[in-house]
Write a protein that binds this ligand. Structure first.
Ligand SMILES: N[C@@H](CCC(=O)N[C@@H](CS)C(=O)NCC(=O)O)C(=O)O
Length: 216
């Protein structure tokens, strides 16, 4: 199996998108060459005919790797690991391991989306109070993660996997949704452990102040 693409992977992104940050983490942690292409959500470039041709859902992130075009962060994570991580370090092949990673992808698209992602949408992009229900959703998830990470260093056990990448970005951005991680020491320790991994890249923050009107 090729462990490097023939040409740099094209990575369509938006600087403050946590979904896109997941993909940037995977590209970087797998040591893959890539070319960043900024999609300006503020001018609705993601709804242009050209971009809809790449992703009919009109969302970042998207990658193009040779003749493969893919949208959706979690599906891109699976593709990159299956194609470029021959040892299955980031995505176990065994039925139970694969299913457990998928379960965290479901959490990323479900509980994480309805809690921390949504809170950030209200607070950062719409400058509105975060509804109590969203705060409760987030704290329910953080409590569950806190208990889970008290037993093991990473979500799947001793080593990091795609599950950690899928959950990391928006959890680390909790404060931008006016959510506190103060009551969750195990969760904060996991964030620090993840940030110490080779290839870790922080989200690029430089465009943040201009973002109030850029509603993902
Ligand atoms: N399921 C998608 C969700 C991606 C997503 O919500 N992207 C946002 C930016 S964080 C976006 O492009 N929003 C614009 C829109 O939905 O119109 C994924 O996991 O990649």
């Amino acid at each position: 199996m090729a462990t490097q693409p023939a040409r740099p992977i094209k990575f369509y992104t938006y600087a403050v998108s946590g979904h896109a940050h997941r993909v940037e983490l995977a590209l970087s942690m797998l040591g893959l060459p890539f070319e960043r292409i900024e999609v300006d959500l503020k001018v609705r470039e993601h709804k242009s005919a050209a971009f809809l041709g790449r992703n009919p859902f009109g969302q970042v992130p998207v990658i193009e790797d040779g003749d493969v075009t893919l949208g959706d962060s979690n599906s891109i994570l699976v593709y990159l690991a299956k194609r470029y991580d021959p040892n299955g370090r980031w995505l176990p092949e065994d039925p139970q391991g694969a299913a457990r990673v998928q379960r965290w992808f479901s959490v990323a698209a479900g509980e994480l989306y309805n809690g921390p992602v949504s809170a950030r949408g209200y607070a950062l992009f719409r400058n509105k109070p975060v509804p109590n229900e969203v705060v409760e959703n987030a704290n329910r998830l953080f409590t569950l993660l806190e208990q889970h990470l008290a037993k093991q260093p990473f979500l799947m056990g001793a080593a990091p996997t795609l599950a950690d990448i899928a959950i990391y970005s928006y959890t680390s951005l909790a404060a931008e949704g006016r959510l506190s991680l103060e009551p969750y020491p195990q969760l904060r320790a996991w964030l620090a452990r993840f940030e110490a991994l080779p290839g870790f890249v922080p989200m690029r923050r430089s465009q943040l102040p201009a973002l109030a009107e850029a509603t993902p």
